[in-house]
Design a protein around this ligand. Structure first.
Ligand code: PMP
Length: 466
């Protein structure tokens, strides 16, 4: 018998910390500190705040993990899920069966996605949605008889997930440490569109030319006839919130078109309002991708859901009658899960009824403007972002853009100092990341920024001395 067997009393919260420490292998966790500290047990949440089992309440400035876009404790979403679970919790969608929420959601997604992206394949999250994008693109080219078109060009510092293939697409060096990298014959990485760390002496336009040239050369090297797709986040998230130079996505999309390379926009974070639009590719960056990958905010994080949106042109090759016995043999038990799709339908209704996209377009620039004040702190090298995605990069030497040594855990120290003051941010490498619920108000933004000022003031002296 273990502790878990005893979690039957009136207050399971009291036992959760120990049960967790003994039995739960956490994702993306440093087990040196975990050994010592264990977990903070979050047990309740409402609006833009979360509360732990010690009764402390925090502003959730990361929307759970870039996902709880409409905020916590929305009973309308919970009720929609509950009703659907009572009525039909699950039946498969393989072959010819479907359910009401999955079908209605497919139509709603098609209406909101850019022009020809009218067809959705459902999965369980961002990683499985990216796997689906690549697997079905390979299938598409096979059906066209272009069997050599297999290579995928991704970017350094891009994050695309943790299933084995999505991790292969991921270009963040640190996340591969200690692991094996598969599919290196298929996945090739080009430079990140990291304006802050661009080669010395280049302005933004020259850096854009540099990135576009690099991609062109790589395609040439690999042979366009061997390259199936290019994948990119409109704004890189987990790689440190990197906003590409002006015109980058449009020019890259153009090169892809010229070479019959499909453009996959990984909008897992940027979709569903974070940048003030349903999808950022067309409305923020002026191009229509061939495939859009969505997850997280699609259900406002209330239930796992991934959706890969395909253009008519791809659909018309992969989802048409084949020789007898031919099946599109791809799918997940939970593709089109009724409860997840009900959560997504409720999410879309609320976004429209409450004009959440308009709200983001109003408060997003306010957040970005207020965050710029943090440049007042010597350890802040760069403040960047777009609407409700922001990154604050810490440096030891601002003029030389010199990073703090990773073992100093500079961003983690700011995270700890902010949490002590009631605000949860996310440290990634030397960057402090913010991705708050879309429904936060200006007063919440003030509280977040004021707290970051205090946290930076607290940790700066020791960081600079170290
Ligand atoms: N793509 C992007 C851009 C992401 O940020 C993430 C998750 N942070 C993923 C894919 C993977 O999604 P999931 O964790 O739901 O599999």
């Amino acid at each position: 018998a273990t502790l878990a067997d005893t979690v039957r009393n009136d207050r399971p919260e009291d036992l959760a910390w120990q049960a967790d420490k003994n039995h739960f292998i956490h994702p993306y966790t440093d087990f040196t500190t975990f050994e010592r500290e264990g977990s903070q047990v979050i047990s309740e949440a409402s609006g833009v705040t979360v509360t732990d089992t010690d009764g402390r309440t925090y502003i959730d400035a990361i929307a759970g993990l870039w996902c709880i876009n409409l905020g916590h404790g929305r009973t309308e979403i919970a009720d929609a899920m509950g009703k659907q679970a009572s009525r039909l919790a699950y039946f498969n969608t393989f072959g010819h069966s479907t359910n009401v929420p999955a079908s209605l959601l497919a139509a709603k997604l098609a209406e909101r996605a850019p022009g020809p992206l009218n067809h959705v394949f459902y999965s369980t999250g961002g990683s499985t949605a990216n796997d689906t994008a690549v697997r079905l693109i390979h299938y598409y080219f096979n059906r066209l008889g272009k069997h050599a078109k297999k290579k995928i060009i991704s970017r350094n510092d891009g994050y695309h997930g943790s299933t084995y293939f999505a991790s292969a697409l991921t270009g963040i060096h640190g996340v591969h440490l200690g692991f094996d990298r598969i599919s290196q014959d298929i996945v090739h990485h080009v430079s990140a569109a990291n304006l802050y760390r661009r080669p010395q002496g280049m302005d933004e336009a020259q850096f854009c030319d540099f990135l576009v040239d690099e991609l062109q050369q790589r395609i040439h090297q690999l042979g366009a006839e061997n390259v199936a797709a290019f994948i990119a986040e409109p704004v890189m998230g987990a790689g440190g919130v990197l906003v590409a130079p002006a015109g980058y996505h449009r020019r890259v999309a153009q090169i892809c078109r010229e070479n019959e390379i499909l453009y996959i926009a990984d909008e897992v974070v940027t979709g569903f309002g974070r940048l003030g639009h349903w999808f950022a590719s067309e409305d923020r960056f002026g191009h229509v991708p061939d495939v859009i990958v969505s997850a997280k905010g699609i259900s406002s994080g209330y239930c796992p859901l991934g959706a890969t949106l395909f253009s008519d042109a791809i659909h018309d090759v992969i989802a048409v009658p084949q020789a007898p016995g031919g099946l599109l043999s791809h799918g997940f038990t939970y593709s089109g899960h009724p409860v997840s799709c009900a959560a997504a339908l409720a999410t879309i209704d609320i976004i429209e009824r409450d004009n959440v996209l308009g709200h983001v377009r109003e408060v997003g620039p306010y957040l970005q403007a207020r965050l710029k004040e943090l440049m007042r702190h010597e350890v802040v090298g760069d403040v960047r972002g777009d609407h409700l995605m922001a990154g604050i990069e810490l440096v030891r030497d601002r003029a030389g853009r010199v990073n703090f040594a990773p073992e100093l855990g500079a961003a983690h120290k700011v995270f700890t100092a902010a949490r002590k003051r009631g605000v949860i941010v996310r440290p990634v490498g030397n960057v402090i990341v913010l991705s708050p619920p879309l429904v936060l108000g200006k007063a919440d933004i003030d509280r977040i920024v004021d707290t970051l000022h205090e946290a930076l003031a607290e940790v700066s002296p020791a960081l600079l001395a170290g």
